[in-house]
Write a protein that binds this ligand. Sequence first.
Ligand SMILES: NC(=O)c1ccc[n+]([C@@H]2O[C@H](COP(=O)([O-])OP(=O)(O)OC[C@H]3O[C@@H](n4cnc5c(N)ncnc54)[C@H](O)[C@@H]3O)[C@@H](O)[C@H]2O)c1
Length: 358
Amino acid sequence: MQQVNTPTNRNVRVASSKLKALVCRIFVYNGLPGDHAEIAAHALVKASLRGVDSHGVARVAMYCERLRRKVTNPRPEITVARVTPAVAQIDGDNGLGLVVGNCGMNEAIAIAKEFGIGLAGVKRSGHYGMAALYILQAIEANCIGMAFTNASPAMAVWGGRKPFLGTSPFAAGAPSGSGPPFLIDMACSVVARGKLKFAAQRGEPIPEGLALDKKGRPTTDGQAAFEGVVLPFGGVKGSALSMLMEVLSGVLTGAAFGGDVRNPFTGLDGFQGTGHFFMALKADAFMPLEQFKERLGTLAARAKAQPPAEGVDQILMPGEPEALTESERSENGIPLTPDVVASLMAEADLADISIDFT
Ligand SMILES: NC(=O)c1ccc[n+]([C@@H]2O[C@H](COP(=O)([O-])OP(=O)(O)OC[C@H]3O[C@@H](n4cnc5c(N)ncnc54)[C@H](O)[C@@H]3O)[C@@H](O)[C@H]2O)c1
């Protein structure tokens, strides 16, 4: 039986290295080989470090439940086929999306090193977490990266009233000389569905334009919204972008699509069937790398020097809020709420691992 030493009713701060070691051991207990467990633990702790708590260590239990129910393959034989010199088709063998996604971007980068640009289409994967992970991989290799995924139905198609499209994040970024890298990572929904759940639990209203109720009527009632459907951001534009990700990640790659990707929490009767699409382009494709980085630095400096709108302290580049959070949390530890601590304790308990969160 594990030793538990933790306060259960208040937030605690835990060093990322300690959290990563714990998550890695939990994944190994659930059948992952050591190198895959390392990739998955890095992915979740990195999301928590960057303040993307919805896709960080709070999700360990979700991934483990799928492994226990055998609807994620812990030891996939991931195969890579070069279908043209610069395009790879990857079969994830229903492995953990965090691991298969890592392999997909690695392959796109390897091709880009050879040909300047590399594309990888991935089928038979699962929920791949915070999309910024794959862009950071590309940036580390001095590439411009793009990462698309499809996802289980959660959002209405424009004009519809039932969950159909995924909230699929659009992610892209590039290395920059000074300051954090340029990094866009945004879901296609106007708001995370989790926020509707909080409003419903607290009986709070929500702003207009976020959701429809069950009958397809706009609502500001938190509960009705949670029972209904979240809307795409930017109206028809968010819907169109999510559809593009279905085309590239689902239709093109041979993955599930059009409502067939299983929900990572509730779709426990089979593999998810998720698809991804990765692009890496060498950042020095048109000019020396340092010149590219300097020019991107100039763009950032000019944007940040714009006169701020009323109520705005400072103008930030995409990716900067998360980079600022990462530097604060690297120093002070990752804050974990009592429910996240409880879920990690439950997983550690199953794996007979002693933990100390004090
Ligand atoms: N794998 C999946 O199926 C899936 C599905 C949905 C969401 N997600 C993940 O959920 C996470 C959260 O997504 P989100 O849409 O809520 O992100 P968000 O709204 O917090 O951020 C979106 C983007 O806006 C930028 N940004 C935010 N504030 C800014 C500011 N003040 N100035 C300049 N830029 C700013 C961020 O850097 C980010 O690039 C993402 O990591 C995403 O990958 C994953």
